[in-house]
Write a protein that binds this ligand. Structure first.
Ligand code: C5P
Length: 329
């Protein structure tokens, strides 16, 4: 079943294979926004031969938005993919190792496009923070280049390419709130009501996702843990729009591994909860701490306490859920 929502300019269903895809759209640039995420629930199982772990997760898209502008190149530059950061950041590569560049290259290869693209990236999701900012960049790039180049892939086809780029890349195409299974790349939206308020505490240095999964393996030993289903208490809290009930159901199997690598994160969680957060947990593979609060006033109290603690480099506030990748401007 195709659970993907419509994105203006992107056909919802598969393309009719008898019609050749259009080549090169008419716009000179296309801007696409895609959100970062927090994992409301993350159950991790054994790793397979490909090094990936089976998992069940619940993603929620948060209003920390990455923006990718894909610009047509002059004839002189044709065939290359370039990336420029709106605000240069030493921790974000701009070469072919950047997931957004790989996304554009994968789409070009798959569809036989020889035209290049200049990508301009505005980042708002913490880098290497466990909030899938790089995955959002790749998802936004797929949507933007698909329109710029007139390649006409459906959202389902883009989602299959997204899964080849990384386990977290399909979700920002869909956004809102969704269950991720398999490696996290099989995304099924779930019903929710209302808005949730989050405070994110940022650490000075990022954590490597593979390193956190490796520590998870070391801590769990040889007994392969079974992947748990999403608890009914969590889905019913989301359906009811009940933030305190959601707080009670938040769970992250990677938390112990992230805390083992960064013991000071336990103090950040304690500060947020003492300041009135309904609950604070490690976001994804960390090191960002995600604190769920009751309302904007609660967000302000928790933000102030976190900044005053001296334990964090910055604090961001965001509501959720928000839509997935969308064309703007
Ligand atoms: O897919 P992505 O590149 O985002 O994953 C980064 C790393 O996280 C993988 O190379 C793997 O080490 C780990 N990972 C995993 N199991 C998953 C997802 C990610 O072990 N389901």
């Amino acid at each position: 079943m195709n659970h993907l929502r419509a994105v203006p300019g992107v056909p919802a269903g598969p393309r009719d294979p008898s019609t050749p895809p259009p080549r090169s759209g008419s716009a000179s640039s296309v801007r696409v926004e895609a959100p970062g995420k927090v994992n409301l629930f993350l159950s991790v199982g054994a790793s397979g031969t490909d090094g990936y772990h089976q998992l069940t997760t619940v993603f929620q898209a948060v209003r920390l938005i990455e923006t990718v502008t894909a610009r047509r190149q002059s004839a002189r530059d044709h065939g290359t993919v370039t990336l420029t950061l709106e605000e240069p950041d030493a921790d974000v590569p701009t070469d072919a190792s950047n997931l957004a560049v790989r996304a554009a290259e994968l789409l070009a290869e798959t569809t036989g496009v020889s035209e290049g693209v200049d990508l301009l990236l505005r980042k708002r999701v913490p880098v290497a923070g466990g909030m899938a900012g790089g995955s959002a960049d790749a998802a936004a790039t797929l949507v933007a280049c698909n329109i710029l180049w007139g390649t006409g892939l459906s959202l389902l086809e883009l989602s299959a390419l997204a899964a080849r780029l990384g386990a977290d890349v399909p979700f920002p195409l869909t956004g809102a709130t969704a269950v991720g299974s398999g490696r996290g790349d099989l995304v099924t939206p779930i019903m929710t009501r209302g808005s949730y308020h989050w405070v994110f505490a940022l650490a000075e240095e990022g954590l490597s996702t593979p390193a956190v999964f490796r520590r998870f393996d070391e801590l769990t030993g040889t007994g392969a843990p079974a992947v748990r289903d999403v608890p009914e208490a969590l889905t019913s809290a989301l359906r009811a729009g009940d933030a305190p009930a959601l707080a009670a159901s938040l769970h992250n199997d990677l938390q112990a591994a992230a805390l083992d690598l960064r013991p000071e994160l336990a103090q950040v969680i304690a500060v947020a909860e003492e300041a009135g957060a309904l609950r604070a947990i490690v976001s994804g593979s960390g090191p960002t701490i995600a604190a769920l609060v009751e309302n904007p006033a609660g967000a302000q109290r928790v933000s102030r306490a976190l900044m005053a603690s001296g334990l964090v480099t910055d604090v961001l506030r965001a509501d959720a859920p928000v839509a997935g990748a969308r064309v703007v401007g």
